[in-house]
Design a protein around this ligand. Structure first.
Ligand code: ATP
Ligand code: FE
Length: 355
């Protein structure tokens, strides 16, 4: 079976072709058009700009994915598309494109939850059995999910305010480092002293798996202002120490909360326990080392898919669609875009944050 996947929920327009047969699953192509340069001047994703760029790019992106895969549209068996959660204008571009293709070919249309795409990725890249624990840490999301099956995910905690990637990006801005903030902060932190500035580890006194990062940002601002020069410049050494302090706080919180999430997960007595990560922040080496180390001491296998599949892409959407194709669980042409769509059961469009 061959499936076309389309993704346009945030600031990447993506299309991919994935094939599954008795031999296994192969990504035939995965094309991603980023929008970073379009939004760079605004210090964040501008929804109207994103929507227009998706609308302009999505058809071309699909053509490129088919071309690279050397597959004709008529050779596909279904069309999977992210139907939410995300920026409504972007999601709509993808959904409308997918509906057009489905209407023209008569192929089944499958509306995929973006978070389910991330959450299923470890099964695309590694031999991972249900149930596994998933930590999704990206620019827009931070949550612990227990994946019980391809259509049942249990959210056991997550951020109550900012996502870690967002916090890395804001930190970079505060320290005068370039965007995307994560890699820049990681680089600056490498030569810094993480203990010089005392930054908070929010919510560690709470026994649950919830996290908060907005207080960390405020504390960092105060620490920065205590050393910034009258001409508003930071010395390189101060910049490095602030970056290192922030990254250490982030790492400590993620490690401690992951330990709690593992307790809840391991109580299910999984036969082959796995912690998998997804999202751009999973690229951070100190965070990765902390999680690897935690898993080693807990007897849990740590699975980190390649970065290109950890960040937004359409191969994960196609792969999630394959599960639905196998069950002949399809949507019809009335499929709607859902800006909010929690993974764990609440009815689509109901209150509840996508975070
Ligand atoms: P979402 O996928 O939730 O819609 P997104 O597209 O912004 O949001 P990703 O593409 O998964 O998220 O990841 C981008 C985020 O990851 C950015 O916030 C970026 O700063 C962060 N990031 C990337 N590399 C690193 C790193 N080495 N350390 C920390 N953060 C990083
Ligand atoms: Fe994402």
């Amino acid at each position: 079976r061959t499936i076309l996947g389309i993704e346009s929920s945030c600031d990447d327009t993506a299309a991919a072709v994935v094939r599954q047969d008795d031999e296994g699953t192969v990504i035939l192509s995965s094309v991603v058009f980023g929008q970073t340069t379009l939004h760079a001047a605004f210090g964040g994703v501008v929804p109207e700009i994103a929507a227009r760029a998706h609308a302009e790019k999505v058809d071309h992106c699909v053509e490129q994915a088919l071309l690279k895969a050397n597959v004709k549209l008529r050779d596909c068996d279904a069309i999977a598309v992210t139907a939410g959660p995300g920026l409504i204008g972007g999601v709509l571009s993808g959904v409308m494109c997918a509906k057009g293709l489905a209407a023209a070919t008569g192929f089944p249309l499958i509306g995929v939850n973006h978070l389910a795409g991330h959450a299923l990725t470890p099964r695309l890249t590694d031999d991972v059995a249900f149930p596994y624990l998933m930590l999704l840490v990206s620019g827009g999301h931070c949550q612990f999910l227990i994946a019980h099956s391809d259509d049942r995910f249990e959210r056991i905690g997550g951020t109550i305010d900012d996502a870690p990637g967002e916090a890395f990006d804001k930190t970079a801005r505060l320290l005068g480092l370039p965007q995307p903030g994560g890699p820049a902060v990681e680089r600056a932190a490498a030569t810094g002293d993480p203990k010089r500035f005392k930054l908070p580890r929010p919510l560690l006194d709470r026994a649950d798996c919830d996290m908060s990062f907005s207080g960390l940002k405020t504390a960092l601002l105060r620490a920065r202002d205590s050393v910034i020069g009258p001409d508003q410049t930071l010395k390189a050494a101060d910049q490095a120490d602030l970056a290192a302090g922030f990254q250490a706080a982030m790492t400590d919180v993620l490690r401690a909360k992951t330990a709690r999430a593992l307790d809840i997960y391991l109580a299910l007595s999984p036969a082959e326990p796995v912690l998998a990560v997804a999202g751009g922040v999973a690229a951070n080496m100190p965070i990765r080392h902390a999680l690897t180390d935690l898993c080693a001491t807990s007897g849990v296998r740590f699975v980190a898919p390649p970065l290109a599949l950890c960040t937004d892409n359409a191969a994960m959407i196609a792969f999630a669609g394959l599960h639905r194709l196998a069950r002949a669980d399809f949507d019809d042409l009335s499929l709607s875009a859902r800006p909010r769509w929690p993974l764990d059961g609440a009815a689509p469009g109901m209150l509840g944050s996508g975070k």
